[in-house]
Design a protein around this ligand. Structure first.
Ligand code: NAP
Length: 453
Protein backbone atom coordinates (compact mmCIF):
# COMPACT_ATOMS: atom_id res chain seq x y z
CA UNK A 1 0.00 0.00 0.00
CA UNK A 2 1.40 3.39 -0.94
CA UNK A 3 0.72 6.93 0.14
CA UNK A 4 1.37 9.32 -2.73
CA UNK A 5 1.15 13.08 -2.24
CA UNK A 6 -1.23 14.27 -5.01
CA UNK A 7 0.28 17.76 -5.00
CA UNK A 8 3.88 16.67 -5.54
CA UNK A 9 3.11 13.24 -7.00
CA UNK A 10 5.89 11.94 -4.73
CA UNK A 11 5.75 8.70 -2.79
CA UNK A 12 5.39 9.45 0.93
CA UNK A 13 5.60 5.96 2.34
CA UNK A 14 5.01 2.32 1.53
CA UNK A 15 3.04 0.16 3.97
CA UNK A 16 3.02 -3.61 4.20
CA UNK A 17 -0.48 -5.08 3.83
CA UNK A 18 -1.66 -7.33 6.64
CA UNK A 19 -1.39 -11.01 5.78
CA UNK A 20 -4.39 -13.36 6.00
CA UNK A 21 -3.08 -14.68 9.33
CA UNK A 22 -2.62 -11.18 10.71
CA UNK A 23 -6.13 -10.19 9.64
CA UNK A 24 -7.58 -13.23 11.32
CA UNK A 25 -5.57 -12.55 14.51
CA UNK A 26 -6.76 -8.93 14.64
CA UNK A 27 -10.39 -10.00 14.19
CA UNK A 28 -10.00 -12.54 17.02
CA UNK A 29 -8.45 -9.91 19.31
CA UNK A 30 -11.20 -7.38 18.57
CA UNK A 31 -13.90 -9.99 19.12
CA UNK A 32 -12.37 -11.02 22.48
CA UNK A 33 -12.33 -7.37 23.53
CA UNK A 34 -15.98 -6.98 22.57
CA UNK A 35 -17.01 -9.43 25.27
CA UNK A 36 -15.49 -7.14 27.92
CA UNK A 37 -16.22 -3.79 26.28
CA UNK A 38 -19.95 -4.46 25.90
CA UNK A 39 -20.35 -4.59 29.70
CA UNK A 40 -18.56 -1.32 30.46
CA UNK A 41 -20.62 1.56 31.84
CA UNK A 42 -21.66 4.54 29.74
CA UNK A 43 -19.83 6.84 32.15
CA UNK A 44 -16.56 5.00 31.47
CA UNK A 45 -17.04 5.07 27.68
CA UNK A 46 -17.94 8.76 27.92
CA UNK A 47 -14.71 9.54 29.77
CA UNK A 48 -12.65 7.86 27.05
CA UNK A 49 -14.63 9.42 24.21
CA UNK A 50 -14.14 12.89 25.69
CA UNK A 51 -10.44 12.13 26.00
CA UNK A 52 -10.38 11.14 22.33
CA UNK A 53 -11.92 14.51 21.44
CA UNK A 54 -9.18 16.22 23.47
CA UNK A 55 -6.45 14.21 21.70
CA UNK A 56 -7.86 15.18 18.32
CA UNK A 57 -7.84 18.84 19.24
CA UNK A 58 -4.33 18.70 20.73
CA UNK A 59 -2.96 17.06 17.59
CA UNK A 60 -5.06 18.81 14.97
CA UNK A 61 -2.14 20.53 13.21
CA UNK A 62 -0.14 17.34 12.76
CA UNK A 63 -3.19 15.30 11.77
CA UNK A 64 -4.22 17.96 9.26
CA UNK A 65 -0.76 17.80 7.67
CA UNK A 66 -1.14 14.05 7.34
CA UNK A 67 -4.53 14.42 5.61
CA UNK A 68 -3.18 17.08 3.22
CA UNK A 69 -0.18 14.98 2.31
CA UNK A 70 -2.18 11.82 1.58
CA UNK A 71 -5.22 13.21 -0.24
CA UNK A 72 -4.54 16.85 -1.07
CA UNK A 73 -7.35 18.84 0.54
CA UNK A 74 -6.48 22.36 1.64
CA UNK A 75 -5.05 22.55 5.14
CA UNK A 76 -7.71 24.80 6.64
CA UNK A 77 -10.38 22.30 5.58
CA UNK A 78 -8.32 19.47 7.08
CA UNK A 79 -8.16 21.30 10.41
CA UNK A 80 -11.93 21.84 10.25
CA UNK A 81 -12.35 18.12 9.60
CA UNK A 82 -10.42 17.19 12.76
CA UNK A 83 -12.45 19.67 14.81
CA UNK A 84 -15.65 18.14 13.49
CA UNK A 85 -14.40 14.72 14.62
CA UNK A 86 -13.91 16.10 18.13
CA UNK A 87 -17.48 17.43 17.96
CA UNK A 88 -18.97 14.04 17.03
CA UNK A 89 -17.00 12.36 19.83
CA UNK A 90 -18.32 14.82 22.42
CA UNK A 91 -21.83 14.65 20.98
CA UNK A 92 -22.08 10.87 21.37
CA UNK A 93 -20.18 10.92 24.68
CA UNK A 94 -23.00 13.12 25.98
CA UNK A 95 -26.03 11.67 24.18
CA UNK A 96 -25.41 7.93 23.73
CA UNK A 97 -26.81 6.91 27.11
CA UNK A 98 -30.09 8.73 26.47
CA UNK A 99 -30.39 7.41 22.90
CA UNK A 100 -30.00 3.84 24.14
CA UNK A 101 -32.13 4.02 27.26
CA UNK A 102 -34.76 1.27 27.63
CA UNK A 103 -38.13 2.22 26.15
CA UNK A 104 -41.17 1.06 28.06
CA UNK A 105 -44.11 -0.07 25.89
CA UNK A 106 -47.44 -0.67 27.63
CA UNK A 107 -49.05 -4.06 26.95
CA UNK A 108 -51.27 -6.35 29.06
CA UNK A 109 -48.27 -7.96 30.83
CA UNK A 110 -46.53 -6.46 33.84
CA UNK A 111 -43.41 -5.22 32.07
CA UNK A 112 -42.61 -4.94 28.38
CA UNK A 113 -39.89 -2.79 26.96
CA UNK A 114 -37.21 -2.37 24.30
CA UNK A 115 -33.56 -2.61 25.22
CA UNK A 116 -30.73 -1.58 22.85
CA UNK A 117 -27.86 -4.05 23.08
CA UNK A 118 -24.49 -3.91 21.27
CA UNK A 119 -24.13 -6.44 18.46
CA UNK A 120 -20.37 -7.04 18.37
CA UNK A 121 -17.59 -6.21 15.96
CA UNK A 122 -18.58 -3.99 13.04
CA UNK A 123 -16.45 -3.61 9.92
CA UNK A 124 -16.21 -0.07 8.49
CA UNK A 125 -15.08 0.24 4.87
CA UNK A 126 -14.23 3.89 4.36
CA UNK A 127 -13.29 6.37 1.59
CA UNK A 128 -10.37 8.79 1.33
CA UNK A 129 -12.30 12.02 0.75
CA UNK A 130 -12.85 12.88 4.42
CA UNK A 131 -10.36 10.36 5.80
CA UNK A 132 -11.00 11.25 9.44
CA UNK A 133 -14.60 12.49 9.49
CA UNK A 134 -16.08 9.49 7.66
CA UNK A 135 -14.39 7.15 10.14
CA UNK A 136 -15.28 9.12 13.26
CA UNK A 137 -18.94 9.41 12.44
CA UNK A 138 -18.98 5.62 12.50
CA UNK A 139 -16.52 5.13 15.35
CA UNK A 140 -18.03 7.46 17.97
CA UNK A 141 -21.57 5.98 18.04
CA UNK A 142 -20.32 2.40 17.52
CA UNK A 143 -17.96 2.47 20.50
CA UNK A 144 -20.41 4.36 22.71
CA UNK A 145 -23.05 1.69 21.94
CA UNK A 146 -20.64 -0.97 23.25
CA UNK A 147 -19.56 -2.35 19.89
CA UNK A 148 -15.99 -2.85 18.73
CA UNK A 149 -14.75 -1.75 15.30
CA UNK A 150 -12.53 -2.78 12.43
CA UNK A 151 -11.46 -0.20 9.87
CA UNK A 152 -10.65 -1.02 6.27
CA UNK A 153 -9.72 2.41 4.98
CA UNK A 154 -9.17 3.43 1.34
CA UNK A 155 -5.82 2.17 0.05
CA UNK A 156 -4.45 5.69 -0.59
CA UNK A 157 -4.76 6.85 3.06
CA UNK A 158 -3.04 4.15 5.16
CA UNK A 159 -1.28 6.82 7.24
CA UNK A 160 -4.63 8.28 8.32
CA UNK A 161 -5.97 4.78 9.06
CA UNK A 162 -3.07 3.97 11.38
CA UNK A 163 -3.17 7.41 13.02
CA UNK A 164 -6.84 6.87 13.94
CA UNK A 165 -6.07 3.48 15.49
CA UNK A 166 -3.27 5.08 17.50
CA UNK A 167 -5.43 8.01 18.66
CA UNK A 168 -8.08 5.64 20.01
CA UNK A 169 -5.46 3.69 21.95
CA UNK A 170 -3.81 6.91 23.22
CA UNK A 171 -7.15 8.10 24.53
CA UNK A 172 -7.13 5.09 26.84
CA UNK A 173 -9.54 2.73 25.05
CA UNK A 174 -8.58 -0.95 25.42
CA UNK A 175 -6.09 -1.78 22.65
CA UNK A 176 -8.37 -3.95 20.56
CA UNK A 177 -11.58 -1.94 20.74
CA UNK A 178 -10.79 -0.39 17.38
CA UNK A 179 -8.25 -1.76 14.90
CA UNK A 180 -7.15 -1.00 11.39
CA UNK A 181 -6.81 -3.69 8.75
CA UNK A 182 -4.38 -2.82 5.98
CA UNK A 183 -6.10 -4.74 3.18
CA UNK A 184 -7.38 -4.06 -0.33
CA UNK A 185 -11.01 -3.99 -1.46
CA UNK A 186 -10.80 -7.54 -2.79
CA UNK A 187 -10.17 -8.88 0.74
CA UNK A 188 -13.27 -7.28 2.26
CA UNK A 189 -15.54 -10.21 1.34
CA UNK A 190 -13.59 -12.70 3.47
CA UNK A 191 -13.64 -10.32 6.45
CA UNK A 192 -17.43 -10.00 6.10
CA UNK A 193 -17.67 -13.80 6.00
CA UNK A 194 -15.73 -14.18 9.26
CA UNK A 195 -18.34 -15.24 11.86
CA UNK A 196 -16.79 -12.87 14.41
CA UNK A 197 -17.72 -9.87 12.27
CA UNK A 198 -21.38 -9.07 12.88
CA UNK A 199 -22.17 -6.18 10.53
CA UNK A 200 -20.63 -3.87 7.96
CA UNK A 201 -20.91 -0.23 7.01
CA UNK A 202 -19.46 1.18 3.79
CA UNK A 203 -19.05 4.77 2.72
CA UNK A 204 -17.91 4.97 -0.85
CA UNK A 205 -19.01 4.56 -4.43
CA UNK A 206 -22.21 2.81 -5.48
CA UNK A 207 -20.36 -0.13 -7.17
CA UNK A 208 -18.35 -0.77 -3.97
CA UNK A 209 -21.58 -0.56 -1.94
CA UNK A 210 -23.25 -3.12 -4.18
CA UNK A 211 -20.44 -5.64 -3.80
CA UNK A 212 -20.41 -5.26 -0.03
CA UNK A 213 -24.21 -5.61 0.07
CA UNK A 214 -23.98 -8.83 -1.97
CA UNK A 215 -21.26 -10.30 0.28
CA UNK A 216 -23.10 -9.31 3.47
CA UNK A 217 -26.46 -10.43 2.09
CA UNK A 218 -25.07 -13.85 1.40
CA UNK A 219 -24.17 -14.34 5.06
CA UNK A 220 -27.17 -12.28 6.28
CA UNK A 221 -25.29 -9.50 8.01
CA UNK A 222 -26.67 -6.05 8.56
CA UNK A 223 -25.29 -3.27 6.33
CA UNK A 224 -25.43 0.50 6.25
CA UNK A 225 -24.41 2.02 2.92
CA UNK A 226 -23.47 5.67 2.39
CA UNK A 227 -22.84 5.92 -1.33
CA UNK A 228 -22.45 8.38 -4.15
CA UNK A 229 -24.65 11.31 -5.05
CA UNK A 230 -25.35 13.83 -7.78
CA UNK A 231 -27.22 16.35 -5.67
CA UNK A 232 -29.64 18.64 -7.53
CA UNK A 233 -30.37 22.21 -6.45
CA UNK A 234 -33.43 24.11 -7.68
CA UNK A 235 -33.03 27.86 -8.04
CA UNK A 236 -36.52 29.37 -8.15
CA UNK A 237 -37.62 32.64 -9.77
CA UNK A 238 -37.75 34.60 -6.52
CA UNK A 239 -34.34 33.41 -5.26
CA UNK A 240 -31.64 35.81 -4.17
CA UNK A 241 -29.47 34.71 -7.06
CA UNK A 242 -26.24 36.27 -5.81
CA UNK A 243 -26.51 34.59 -2.44
CA UNK A 244 -27.46 31.28 -4.08
CA UNK A 245 -24.43 31.45 -6.37
CA UNK A 246 -22.10 32.24 -3.48
CA UNK A 247 -23.32 29.34 -1.33
CA UNK A 248 -23.45 26.86 -4.17
CA UNK A 249 -19.95 27.67 -5.42
CA UNK A 250 -18.74 27.01 -1.87
CA UNK A 251 -20.56 23.67 -1.82
CA UNK A 252 -19.35 22.64 -5.27
CA UNK A 253 -15.73 23.42 -4.43
CA UNK A 254 -15.55 22.05 -0.90
CA UNK A 255 -12.85 19.41 -0.74
CA UNK A 256 -11.97 20.24 -4.38
CA UNK A 257 -15.43 19.03 -5.36
CA UNK A 258 -14.87 15.56 -3.88
CA UNK A 259 -17.81 15.43 -1.52
CA UNK A 260 -20.73 13.03 -1.79
CA UNK A 261 -23.11 15.85 -0.79
CA UNK A 262 -21.48 18.53 -2.92
CA UNK A 263 -24.03 20.53 -4.95
CA UNK A 264 -23.55 19.06 -8.42
CA UNK A 265 -26.52 19.83 -10.70
CA UNK A 266 -27.99 23.34 -10.72
CA UNK A 267 -31.49 23.44 -12.11
CA UNK A 268 -32.39 27.06 -12.72
CA UNK A 269 -35.69 28.71 -13.68
CA UNK A 270 -35.59 30.34 -17.11
CA UNK A 271 -36.23 33.88 -15.84
CA UNK A 272 -33.17 33.94 -13.52
CA UNK A 273 -30.94 31.59 -15.48
CA UNK A 274 -28.67 34.19 -17.12
CA UNK A 275 -28.15 36.18 -13.90
CA UNK A 276 -27.40 33.03 -11.90
CA UNK A 277 -25.07 31.73 -14.59
CA UNK A 278 -23.06 34.99 -14.79
CA UNK A 279 -22.67 35.20 -11.03
CA UNK A 280 -21.84 31.51 -10.64
CA UNK A 281 -19.23 31.46 -13.42
CA UNK A 282 -17.66 34.70 -12.13
CA UNK A 283 -17.18 33.16 -8.71
CA UNK A 284 -15.92 29.82 -10.02
CA UNK A 285 -13.34 31.66 -12.16
CA UNK A 286 -12.16 33.73 -9.20
CA UNK A 287 -11.01 30.65 -7.29
CA UNK A 288 -7.32 29.94 -6.88
CA UNK A 289 -6.02 26.43 -7.04
CA UNK A 290 -2.55 25.63 -5.78
CA UNK A 291 -0.50 24.27 -2.90
CA UNK A 292 -2.99 22.83 -0.38
CA UNK A 293 -0.64 23.74 2.50
CA UNK A 294 -0.92 27.41 1.55
CA UNK A 295 -3.58 29.39 3.46
CA UNK A 296 -4.49 31.41 0.35
CA UNK A 297 -5.44 28.34 -1.71
CA UNK A 298 -9.16 27.60 -2.18
CA UNK A 299 -8.79 24.21 -3.80
CA UNK A 300 -5.96 21.75 -3.91
CA UNK A 301 -5.39 18.88 -6.32
CA UNK A 302 -7.76 15.93 -6.59
CA UNK A 303 -6.76 12.92 -4.53
CA UNK A 304 -5.20 10.91 -7.35
CA UNK A 305 -4.15 11.50 -10.96
CA UNK A 306 -6.31 8.58 -12.21
CA UNK A 307 -9.39 10.12 -10.52
CA UNK A 308 -8.65 13.47 -12.17
CA UNK A 309 -8.31 11.77 -15.58
CA UNK A 310 -11.60 9.94 -15.08
CA UNK A 311 -13.33 13.23 -14.25
CA UNK A 312 -11.90 14.93 -17.35
CA UNK A 313 -13.16 12.06 -19.48
CA UNK A 314 -16.68 12.60 -18.09
CA UNK A 315 -16.41 16.30 -19.01
CA UNK A 316 -15.13 15.51 -22.52
CA UNK A 317 -17.87 12.95 -23.15
CA UNK A 318 -20.50 15.45 -22.00
CA UNK A 319 -19.07 18.08 -24.36
CA UNK A 320 -19.09 15.59 -27.25
CA UNK A 321 -22.80 15.09 -26.55
CA UNK A 322 -23.59 18.81 -26.60
CA UNK A 323 -22.60 20.40 -23.28
CA UNK A 324 -20.80 23.75 -23.42
CA UNK A 325 -17.80 24.64 -21.25
CA UNK A 326 -18.20 28.06 -19.60
CA UNK A 327 -14.94 27.85 -17.64
CA UNK A 328 -12.27 25.24 -16.85
CA UNK A 329 -12.64 21.89 -18.59
CA UNK A 330 -8.93 21.25 -19.24
CA UNK A 331 -6.09 19.31 -17.64
CA UNK A 332 -3.50 21.77 -16.35
CA UNK A 333 0.17 21.13 -17.17
CA UNK A 334 2.23 19.42 -14.49
CA UNK A 335 2.65 16.15 -12.68
CA UNK A 336 0.01 16.68 -10.05
CA UNK A 337 -3.71 15.91 -9.94
CA UNK A 338 -5.17 19.41 -10.44
CA UNK A 339 -8.46 20.07 -12.16
CA UNK A 340 -9.75 23.64 -12.49
CA UNK A 341 -13.21 24.82 -11.37
CA UNK A 342 -15.38 23.96 -14.35
CA UNK A 343 -18.91 24.95 -15.36
CA UNK A 344 -20.90 23.14 -18.04
CA UNK A 345 -24.16 24.38 -19.55
CA UNK A 346 -26.65 22.81 -21.96
CA UNK A 347 -26.36 19.66 -19.90
CA UNK A 348 -28.99 17.12 -20.88
CA UNK A 349 -30.00 13.48 -21.07
CA UNK A 350 -27.42 10.99 -22.27
CA UNK A 351 -24.44 12.92 -20.86
CA UNK A 352 -22.28 11.79 -17.92
CA UNK A 353 -22.78 15.30 -16.45
CA UNK A 354 -26.53 14.62 -16.36
CA UNK A 355 -26.61 11.01 -15.13
CA UNK A 356 -23.36 10.23 -13.30
CA UNK A 357 -21.57 11.52 -10.25
CA UNK A 358 -18.85 14.04 -11.19
CA UNK A 359 -16.47 13.76 -8.25
CA UNK A 360 -14.49 16.97 -8.64
CA UNK A 361 -14.97 20.73 -9.13
CA UNK A 362 -17.38 20.47 -12.07
CA UNK A 363 -20.85 22.07 -11.99
CA UNK A 364 -23.68 21.29 -14.42
CA UNK A 365 -26.21 24.01 -15.27
CA UNK A 366 -29.65 23.05 -16.53
CA UNK A 367 -32.28 25.63 -17.58
CA UNK A 368 -35.95 24.79 -16.97
CA UNK A 369 -39.30 26.46 -17.74
CA UNK A 370 -41.00 25.89 -14.38
CA UNK A 371 -40.87 24.13 -11.00
CA UNK A 372 -42.58 20.96 -12.30
CA UNK A 373 -39.93 20.49 -14.98
CA UNK A 374 -37.24 21.29 -12.40
CA UNK A 375 -38.48 18.66 -9.97
CA UNK A 376 -38.78 16.08 -12.73
CA UNK A 377 -35.15 16.64 -13.79
CA UNK A 378 -33.91 16.81 -10.18
CA UNK A 379 -35.43 13.37 -9.55
CA UNK A 380 -34.37 11.92 -12.90
CA UNK A 381 -31.34 10.20 -11.36
CA UNK A 382 -30.40 6.91 -9.79
CA UNK A 383 -29.06 8.84 -6.79
CA UNK A 384 -30.93 10.25 -3.81
CA UNK A 385 -28.47 11.57 -1.25
CA UNK A 386 -28.98 15.33 -0.84
CA UNK A 387 -30.84 18.12 -2.63
CA UNK A 388 -31.67 21.79 -2.19
CA UNK A 389 -34.02 24.61 -3.10
CA UNK A 390 -33.33 28.34 -3.13
CA UNK A 391 -36.40 30.57 -2.77
CA UNK A 392 -37.78 33.46 -0.71
CA UNK A 393 -41.06 31.60 -0.32
CA UNK A 394 -40.28 29.30 2.59
CA UNK A 395 -43.63 27.54 2.32
CA UNK A 396 -42.91 26.52 -1.28
CA UNK A 397 -39.33 25.60 -0.32
CA UNK A 398 -40.46 23.41 2.53
CA UNK A 399 -43.15 21.73 0.44
CA UNK A 400 -40.58 20.87 -2.27
CA UNK A 401 -38.11 19.69 0.37
CA UNK A 402 -40.62 17.45 2.09
CA UNK A 403 -42.64 16.07 -0.79
CA UNK A 404 -41.07 17.00 -4.13
CA UNK A 405 -37.40 16.12 -4.07
CA UNK A 406 -36.34 12.48 -3.75
CA UNK A 407 -33.36 12.53 -1.37
CA UNK A 408 -32.32 11.62 2.16
CA UNK A 409 -31.57 15.25 3.13
CA UNK A 410 -33.00 18.42 1.58
CA UNK A 411 -31.90 21.91 2.60
CA UNK A 412 -33.82 25.12 1.80
CA UNK A 413 -31.67 28.22 1.16
CA UNK A 414 -28.47 26.44 2.14
CA UNK A 415 -26.40 23.54 0.94
CA UNK A 416 -26.49 20.09 2.52
CA UNK A 417 -24.03 19.61 5.38
CA UNK A 418 -23.60 16.74 7.79
CA UNK A 419 -24.22 17.57 11.44
CA UNK A 420 -23.90 15.08 14.34
CA UNK A 421 -27.37 16.12 15.57
CA UNK A 422 -29.15 15.33 12.28
CA UNK A 423 -29.60 11.97 10.57
CA UNK A 424 -27.56 11.56 7.41
CA UNK A 425 -28.00 9.12 4.53
CA UNK A 426 -29.58 8.48 1.18
CA UNK A 427 -32.21 6.65 -0.77
CA UNK A 428 -32.12 4.89 -4.17
CA UNK A 429 -28.54 4.08 -5.28
CA UNK A 430 -27.12 6.51 -2.72
CA UNK A 431 -27.57 3.75 -0.18
CA UNK A 432 -29.63 2.96 2.88
CA UNK A 433 -29.52 3.30 6.63
CA UNK A 434 -28.60 6.44 8.52
CA UNK A 435 -25.56 7.78 10.32
CA UNK A 436 -25.40 10.43 13.05
CA UNK A 437 -28.09 11.51 15.54
CA UNK A 438 -30.15 8.94 17.48
CA UNK A 439 -30.89 7.13 14.19
CA UNK A 440 -27.18 6.45 13.54
CA UNK A 441 -26.40 4.88 16.90
CA UNK A 442 -29.41 2.58 16.63
CA UNK A 443 -28.29 1.03 13.32
CA UNK A 444 -25.82 -1.32 14.94
CA UNK A 445 -27.64 -2.47 18.03
CA UNK A 446 -29.95 -5.34 18.76
CA UNK A 447 -33.34 -3.69 19.26
CA UNK A 448 -34.37 -6.28 21.78
CA UNK A 449 -37.92 -6.80 22.98
CA UNK A 450 -38.12 -7.89 26.62
CA UNK A 451 -41.44 -9.09 28.02
CA UNK A 452 -41.87 -10.01 31.68
CA UNK A 453 -45.17 -11.66 32.47
P1 NAP B 1 -14.57 3.65 -3.46
O1 NAP B 1 -13.62 3.45 -4.55
O2 NAP B 1 -15.89 3.02 -3.52
O3 NAP B 1 -13.81 3.21 -2.13
C1 NAP B 1 -14.41 3.29 -0.86
C2 NAP B 1 -13.90 2.17 -0.01
O4 NAP B 1 -14.43 0.94 -0.51
C3 NAP B 1 -12.39 2.01 -0.02
O5 NAP B 1 -11.96 1.59 1.25
C4 NAP B 1 -12.17 0.93 -1.06
O6 NAP B 1 -10.98 0.22 -0.88
C5 NAP B 1 -13.37 0.04 -0.80
N1 NAP B 1 -13.78 -0.76 -1.95
C6 NAP B 1 -13.74 -0.41 -3.25
N2 NAP B 1 -14.26 -1.41 -4.00
C7 NAP B 1 -14.64 -2.38 -3.14
C8 NAP B 1 -15.22 -3.66 -3.31
N3 NAP B 1 -15.56 -4.13 -4.50
N4 NAP B 1 -15.47 -4.40 -2.21
C9 NAP B 1 -15.16 -3.94 -0.99
N5 NAP B 1 -14.59 -2.74 -0.78
C10 NAP B 1 -14.34 -1.97 -1.83
O7 NAP B 1 -14.88 5.19 -3.21
P2 NAP B 1 -13.85 6.38 -3.05
O8 NAP B 1 -13.32 6.69 -4.39
O9 NAP B 1 -12.88 6.09 -1.96
O10 NAP B 1 -14.82 7.54 -2.53
C11 NAP B 1 -15.59 8.30 -3.36
C12 NAP B 1 -17.02 7.82 -3.38
O11 NAP B 1 -17.53 7.78 -2.04
C13 NAP B 1 -17.93 8.79 -4.10
O12 NAP B 1 -18.83 8.07 -4.90
C14 NAP B 1 -18.65 9.52 -2.98
O13 NAP B 1 -19.86 10.08 -3.35
C15 NAP B 1 -18.79 8.44 -1.98
N6 NAP B 1 -19.01 8.98 -0.63
C16 NAP B 1 -20.25 8.85 -0.05
C17 NAP B 1 -20.48 9.41 1.18
C18 NAP B 1 -21.83 9.30 1.85
O14 NAP B 1 -21.91 9.59 3.04
N7 NAP B 1 -22.87 8.93 1.16
C19 NAP B 1 -19.46 10.08 1.85
C20 NAP B 1 -18.23 10.19 1.24
C21 NAP B 1 -18.00 9.63 -0.01
P3 NAP B 1 -9.70 0.48 -1.83
O15 NAP B 1 -9.30 1.90 -1.64
O16 NAP B 1 -8.71 -0.49 -1.32
O17 NAP B 1 -10.16 0.20 -3.23
Amino acid sequence: MQSINPYTNQLIKTYQNHSETEVSQIINDVDLTFHEWKSTRFSFRKELMDKLAEKLEEQKEVLADLIVSEMGKVRKEAIGEIQKCAWVCRYYAEEAKGFLQNEEIKTEVSHSYVSFQPIGTVLAVMPWNFPFWQVFRFLAPALMAGNTGLLKHASNVPGCALAIEELVADAGFPKNVFRTLLIGGSEVKSVIENPKVKAVTLTGSTPAGKSVAVAAGFVLKKTVLELGGSDPYLILEDADVKEAAELYVASRLLNAGQSCIGAKRFIVMDSVYETFKDEFVKQMKAVSFGDPMDDGTTIGPLARVDLRDELHEQVEQSVEKGATVLCGGFVPKGENAFYPPTVLENVGEGMPAYHDELFGPVASLIKVKNIEEGVRIANDTVFGLGAGVFTKDLKVGQELAEKGLEAGCVFVNDFVKSDPRLPFGGIKESGYGRELSSFGIREFVNIKTVVVK
